[in-house]
Design a protein around this ligand. Structure first.
Ligand SMILES: *Cc1c(COP(=O)(O)O)cnc(C)c1O
Length: 366
């Protein structure tokens, strides 16, 4: 008889769905027999990484037999200088996803509550589930966080609020007033996790500069990443900016060598390439305008976005659009997997990719 090892697994983890990232480029080529595949599904930078980052990685390759610097010393120094914070204000992760894990490991006992939007970024609740946290979902209104409603749910068992701004999957932001309302009304023992993974793409002037609020609000944790505008998603590196006391707690659950050597040198070099960031921002901004206009002309309903992706409703126009796009070699994120059935989350690509997607959709609609 074979013993069922599920019996000894922790109850909390048994309901966690195994994350599905969707098909990759090779899968689609094989399955649909298409030669050219466009992947606009994971909000990656369509211009790729900075050439400076590529060169830095190349130069560091012969050192990969050595463990990385567990403290990210050089990167820490550089970022602290750029952000105007102390070295002790920063914590680095194997992607920002890992920092979300650290927050749950360090602060959440089973049954503690985490408040978040609905729909929201899956890492918040997947991480929460590993610790047996209880998720409190507050429905988005008009695709935006209802910060006031979220604050109203806070009770003695609440340990944190998780807010993406720009939010994933909608691309909407929270205003300065909402940030201030949250910080002013939250009890000091409730964390505000303010996830700015897409901040570099924001064009709306009402978007607040969050870091200065750390001075008076040690319960604020700001999250940022090198995966999006810096084009380093494959290397896995992100960081948190928080009060030194909070960083100290997160450091206790951080594995010693969590950020690899190549990620550290690439991130350092990427920070030096302001031109690449600027180009990425411009291509995104132009692509956003183009795609928004074209999708509207096609009868789709795009949500106004501040990020590098556009969420749009296709359900009145055509059935099963995500699958039909796959057959034509265009990979998008099906909203059905993101809490938005009848929608697609489309990453903004290069001008060529954008016009190709538009013409494929136009053909499908007929
Ligand atoms: C992409 C993304 C991140 C960053 O993830 P990494 O683990 O750094 O790649 C964080 N938050 C949101 C909402 C995201 O969409």
């Amino acid at each position: 008889m074979v013993f069922d090892l599920r019996i000894i697994a922790r109850e909390e983890i048994k309901d966690i769905p195994v994350y599905s990232a969707g098909l990759d480029i090779e899968d689609v080529k094989r399955k649909y027999g298409v030669e050219r595949v466009i992947k606009l599904a994971s909000n990656e930078n369509p211009l790729g990484p900075s050439p400076l980052a590529v060169e830095a990685v190349r130069s560091a390759l012969s050192d990969i037999s050595l463990y990385p610097d567990g403290n990210c010393t050089e990167l820490r120094r550089k970022l602290a200088g750029m952000l105007g914070v102390q070295l002790e204000n920063l914590v680095f992760g194997n992607g920002t996803d890992e920092i979300i894990d650290f927050i749950f490991y360090a602060f959440f006992d089973p049954g503690d509550r985490a408040v978040m939007g609905d729909p929201t970024f899956s890492s918040y609740y997947l991480s929460g589930m590993t610790m047996g946290a209880e998720m409190v979902y507050v429905r988005l209104l008009d695709h935006q966080h209802e910060v006031e409603q979220m604050l109203k749910t806070v009770d003695r068992r609440t340990k944190g609020l998780f807010v993406g701004t720009p939010h994933n999957p909608t691309g909407t932001i929270c205003s300065r007033e909402e940030l201030e309302m949250a910080l002013d009304s939250l009890p000091p023992d409730v964390l505000l996790v303010w996830d700015e993974a897409y901040r570099e793409y924001v064009e709306d002037p009402s978007y607040p500069e969050s870091v200065p609020y750390l001075q008076r609000h040690p319960n604020l944790i700001v999250l940022r990443t090198f995966s999006k505008i810096y084009g380093l998603a494959g290397l896995r590196i992100g960081y948190g900016i928080a009060d030194p006391g909070v960083v100290d707690l997160l450091e206790r659950v951080r594995p010693p060598f969590n950020v690899n050597r190549l990620a550290q040198v690439a991130a350092l070099a990427a920070l030096d390439d302001a031109q690449h960031v600027e180009n990425s921002r411009r291509v995104n901004s132009e692509g956003k305008r183009y795609l928004t206009d074209e999708l509207l002309k096609l009868g789709m309903r795009p949500v106004s976005t501040q990020a590098n992706f556009i969420l749009f409703s296709y359900k009145d126009m055509i059935d099963g659009l995500p699958e039909r796009l796959l057959e034509k070699g265009v990979i998008v994120r099906d909203g059905a997997q993101l809490g938005y059935p009848g929608y697609i989350r489309l990453t903004i690509g290069t001008p060529e990719q954008n016009s190709e997607v538009v013409s494929v959709i136009r053909d499908l609609i007929g």
